[in-house]
Design a protein around this ligand. Structure first.
Ligand SMILES: [Zn+2]
Length: 478
């Protein structure tokens, strides 16, 4: 009995040791797994999964942004922001910020300082700081410069497709539209343009008259400075938020009660003389789109900036559309092709105000749905401006040749391409989107009949106004 009891005791002890050993190993494994998950954090860029989770959890989003722009293009840009949003329930919040972690100085959530982690181009803020309903995150930071295009006398933002996150912490995805209220501090002799008109302008020395919330905004600045606060924007995707600041000439035209300002840095009188025809084409394209869609221009204003050396032909920021100077200011004896190309570019960017800006793709895999309409309508808008041209022939030349150039190769791609992370969105653009897609759209319009196609597009714009839509959403209406 004793023996057996002893044997049992030994066996039990061994079993205990065995389980304890197993338990320790499992615990170590578990700790390692959690440590790995904790360290790895969200993947770099903006994954489709992260975007989907945020889209479901976050609503009523607004950004209040402040940038202090020094005249010296090498001096750092101090900035601050307050992001307001609503949550159905408290959760961990992941912001996108592709910048040196040292650029973030302070993070506060709902008025109290928060501990955060910076991992793989994200600011990760624990769930415990957030509550159901409305929340605010206030961040003091140094603005990222990758997409700021700073020059000696001017700078401009270009945040498409996923570069808003290089400038300021944000939820950088097209389907989290937000209202932006921007304040810029800048030299008093600089112009500043953003998506909306200025609401308030204050000269240095008079800061106390305005109520600013964050510490960066309270920092005293030298003389010869001013602060401009712009009106809150309509709901916009991050890639459409924009500002331009620096030394520019401003020209304003008013026609039928609508004022449009053009900003440029051109000095050649022969080129400046072309601003009349540029205004004609901007107004003509706006009126064409309003007539076709039945929707008056849906944003606060339609100013545009002609930039020396701008990297694209144009970029459709609402109220602050950017153009390349060489595409807008032509030589002394421009060819018909150059003139057509300018009108086509203006029409393309104007069409985007409705197709792209007013109704936006939910994810960049559908970027072609905005580019196809921009080119499809541009081809129609140039017709009345150039009645002497054989436009059928011109379309063949403009679209078919360039589309076949890619489509005949083994490396061609489908019009709609899958995209698992926004950091690859730049690879989607190309001849297939810009040139093959309008051919396909034309086929679709002919198949449906122009009248049904036209009515379908109007329904589509009304249904998804200031929101997002997918290709499937469009097709189900058409
Ligand atoms: Zn475009």
């Amino acid at each position: 009995m004793k023996k057996s009891i002893r044997l049992f005791a030994v066996a039990a002890t061994r079993t205990c040791h065995f389980y304890l050993h197993l338990y320790k190993r499992k615990l170590t494994l578990l700790i390692l797994v959690f440590a790995f998950i904790g360290c790895s954090g969200p993947e770099a860029g903006v994954s489709f999964k992260l975007a989907q989770e945020r889209r479901e959890a976050i609503s009523e989003l607004g950004y209040r942004l402040f940038f202090n722009l020094p005249e010296d293009p090498k001096a750092p840009i101090q900035a601050s922001q307050t992001i307001g949003f609503r949550l159905e329930r408290p959760r961990l919040i992941i912001l996108d910020f592709k910048e040196d972690p040292a650029a973030v100085a302070l993070v506060q959530v709902n008025g109290r300082q928060a501990k955060y982690r910076i991992k793989n181009e994200h600011i990760v803020i624990p769930r415990r700081y957030f509550k159901k309903d409305t929340n605010t995150i206030t961040i003091d930071f140094r603005a990222g410069e990758q997409s700021l295009n700073r020059n000696e006398e001017f700078l401009y933002t270009l945040l498409v497709p996923d570069r808003a996150r290089t400038l300021f912490p944000c939820f950088d995805q097209p389907n989290l539209k937000a209202s932006y209220t921007l304040t810029l501090e800048l030299p008093v002799h600089w112009e500043a343009v953003s998506n909306t008109p200025p609401e308030q302008e204050v000269l240095s020395g008079a800061w106390a008259q305005t109520a600013y919330l964050t510490t960066a905004e309270e920092a005293p600045t030298g003389a010869g400075r001013k602060r401009i606060t712009f009106c809150p924007t309509e709901p916009l995707s991050t890639y459409l938020f924009s500002f331009v600041a620096g030394k520019f000439q401003r020209m304003t035209e008013t026609r039928n009660g609508r004022s449009i300002s053009l900003y440029h840095r051109e000095t050649d009188p022969q080129k400046i003389a072309q601003t009349g025809i540029i205004f004609d084409q901007v107004y003509a394209s706006l009126e064409w789109m309003e007539e076709y869609t039945g929707i008056p221009y849906p944003f606060a204003k339609y100013d545009f900036i002609i930039l020396p050396g701008f990297q694209y032909g144009g970029m459709e920021h609402t109220g602050a559309t950017l153009y390349n100077d060489r595409r807008m200011f032509l030589g002394e004896h421009p060819t018909t092709g150059e003139q057509l190309s300018r009108m086509s570019l203006i029409s393309h960017e104007t069409a985007h105000m409705w197709f792209g800006d007013y109704v936006t793709m939910a994810w960049f895999d559908d970027v072609w749905t905005k580019e196809v309409f921009a080119n499809y309508f541009a081809a129609q808008m140039i017709r009345p401006q150039f009645p002497e041209i054989n436009h059928r022939l011109n379309d063949l030349r403009a679209f078919y040749a360039t589309a076949y150039e890619v489509d005949r190769t083994a490396g061609t791609n489908a019009i709609k391409q899958s995209l698992d992370n926004l950091n690859k969105a730049g690879l989607i653009y190309g001849n297939i989107i810009y040139d093959k897609a309008p051919i396909v759209m034309n086929m679709l319009a002919e198949k449906l009949g122009q009248e049904a196609f036209h009515k379908g597009l109007r329904d589509y714009l009304h249904t998804y106004a200031y929101g997002n839509a997918t290709w499937e959403d469009l097709i189900s209406i058409l």
